[in-house]
Design a protein around this ligand. Structure first.
Ligand code: ACO
Length: 426
């Protein structure tokens, strides 16, 4: 294949290099386009723009493929733990027994948060959204745990973040309910520890159920990375200014909060509750979603990259069925979700727009089944996505082609205008 493409601008031909990835994806390298031609490219929402070369995650939206470091998501969901996936994403290889055990010891060593941080938690108004609290607390960690940019210190900071985010999330939940905070335990695995910090109480000790722990592991694995999505892009852009890692992660959390991104899992439950509360029928929701004059969209449907069934949604749907069966729960929201999926997948609008359920469509029902309150759903996503953000941040700062992120624009405002004094303005 040619290593160049030719473009003709104002009658002159220019050659631009072609970059080919290991899975055959092709890009035209336009980094010198403006220098060569005086033109820039315009691509709102970066629909057609590659911002980096990356060796972390491969996804193919047409074929419904997702792999971390080359390993299919289906295999990771079936055989691995979240802890292993964190290691894989950040270090680039699966850990040996010895490495994963050492990593667990480090996660335990860093699981506590400074007692003074409780003061901040207690000062947030009760109605604060946990994502706002988490984003603020992530930046606050920098004041409690300063670090230098040495390799070893970055490793400690990464471990701290992975471990403490779980403690902070559980603390925010307990404090928001006015309950006593539960401390992390060294004898529990990453996910079991989190569930215990969330649900244990002096009056009702939490019984750890291995099926629930497994469901949480799979939930976090499925969310661990998704190449250059909105929050990861925010992390890379903010990190490109060489800001500290805590503030960088805080930016990722803020981006994830949006209902078009990580906030969709909460939006799905709220939408399905309209059906179970008899405020709308499934058919009415589908009709509203198709109406161009109505801003309503089916939450949990559609994706910028997947134009077929999201492979994570398939796994999540299975986890959902298993967890409800194991816990002997019947959730009417699941019935509404399945009815909605059936109708939407047969509807011409959804077929022609390639709109399929995404990972968030069933994840909220899984989280509800394990007892996570709706306003914590996006926090759960943030815990899962953290290793991906860190891996992408690390790759970006170590990239020899690193540059501060600074796109250009096409200006469409007024041309040069003179200043009008107050008395002459209309
Ligand atoms: N319901 C109804 N119509 C939709 C939906 C939806 N959920 N999603 C997209 N469409 C339609 C749009 O109206 C548009 O139609 P048109 O071309 O006839 O005008 C077309 O599909 C393309 O939509 P865009 O907004 O251009 O697609 P984009 O790739 O920019 O957006 C997004 C992707 C934001 C995920 C969108 O599908 C959406 O809003 N979905 C609902 C929210 C959601 O589930 N977000 C979670 C995504 S997964 C994640 O972040 C983990």
């Amino acid at each position: 294949m040619s290593e160049h493409v030719e473009i003709v601008i104002e009658g002159k031909t220019y050659q631009l290099p072609v970059v080919v990835g290991t899975e055959g994806e092709k890009a035209i390298d336009i980094s010198n386009l403006r220098k060569m031609t005086g033109y820039i490219t315009l691509d709102p929402g970066f629909v057609n723009t590659g911002s980096c070369k990356s060796a972390i995650t491969f996804m193919d939206g047409e074929r419904g493929i997702l792999r971390y470091r080359g390993i299919p998501i289906e295999e990771l969901a079936e055989h691995s733990s979240f802890r292993e996936v964190v290691y894989l994403l950040i270090r680039g290889v699966l850990p040996t027994y010895k490495q994963v055990n050492r990593f667990s010891v480090l996660l335990n060593d860093h699981s506590l948060v400074h007692e003074d941080m409780r003061t901040f938690f207690e000062s947030f108004p009760r109605a604060s959204h946990p994502m706002g609290i988490l984003s603020s607390m992530a930046t606050t960690l920098r004041s409690f745990y300063p670090y230098l940019d040495t390799e070893e210190e970055i490793d400690i900071t990464v471990t701290r973040l992975i471990s403490k985010i779980r403690t902070l999330a559980a603390m925010s939940y307990k404090i928001s309910r006015g309950h006593r905070v539960v401390y992390p335990r060294h004898d529990l695995s990453y996910c079991a520890n989190f569930l215990n910090m969330m649900f244990d109480s002096p009056v009702r000790p939490y019984q750890i159920d291995e099926d629930v722990v497994r469901a949480l592991n799979v939930f976090l694995i499925l969310h661990a990375d998704h190449e250059q999505n909105c929050s990861t892009c925010a992390v890379r852009v903010v990190g490109s200014a060489r800001v500290n890692l805590y503030a960088t992660i805080s930016a990722g959390i803020a981006a994830l909060w949006g209902p078009l991104h990580g906030g969709a899992n909460q939006a799905v439950i709220e939408m399905l509750a309209h059906v179970t509360d008899k405020k709308a029928t499934v058919k009415q929701l589908v009709e509203r979603a198709k109406d161009k004059n109505d801003p309503f969209r089916l939450a949990g449907f559609g994706h910028r990259v997947y134009k077929t069934y999201d492979p994570r949604a398939k796994i999540m749907k299975k986890v959902c069925d298993n967890v409800l069966e194991k816990l002997r729960l019947h959730d009417p929201l699941l019935d509404a979700a399945k009815e909605l999926e059936d109708i939407a997948l047969k509807d011409d609008y959804f077929i022609s727009h390639h709109l399929y359920p995404n990972v968030d469509f069933y994840s909220g029902i899984v989280l509800r089944a394990i007892g996570i309150p709706t306003n914590m759903f996006t926090v759960m996503f943030a815990i899962g996505r953290l290793p991906g953000w860190i891996a992408q941040w690390r790759e970006s700062i170590e990239d020899p082609a690193w540059k501060i992120s600074r796109p250009r624009q096409i200006y469409i405002g007024p041309t040069k205008t003179t200043y009008t004094p107050f008395e002459e303005r209309e």
